[in-house]
Design a protein around this ligand. Sequence first.
Ligand SMILES: [Zn+2]
Length: 160
Amino acid sequence: MSRKRKTFKFSLNSNRDGHMTAAIVVGILVAIVGITTERNWLLYTAAVVVAWEWFATPDVDCASQRRADSGEWLLVCLIWLPFSWTVSHRSFLSHSLLIGLPIRIIYVALLIGWPLNHLTDGLLIEAAHLWPSVLTGCAIADATHLLKDGYTPMQMLFGR
Ligand SMILES: [Zn+2]
């Protein structure tokens, strides 16, 4: 099999490449809706869909098994190591919209948001008007991820 064909097949699987491809496609669709309906806040949402899947994907629950990987995924795995030590892969604590998503949002807020806000003299608090766009992007990214993992709508909400 040629390298090109293998890469294309990989981008359709339920792995890192496949999930990133889906997030980029959905992010572009959200951006198109934002532009055509003149709802600029959807452009922030579109960017967050891709960024959230890259940085805080539900699959960070297996970060400890992937720390030997190289590149950008290594940095992501290092940040999520404590999370992955306590949450098993595809647990409802990582793979659900009502439980896993809020847990990861709080994790990012405590580990990165709070120190960043402190270092920038309250920049994140000042940008509070963007939070609904950001949270919408996080939810769309997770919903896309869970759909690709084969979850039903009820499983998407509460986990398996
Ligand atoms: Zn997953």
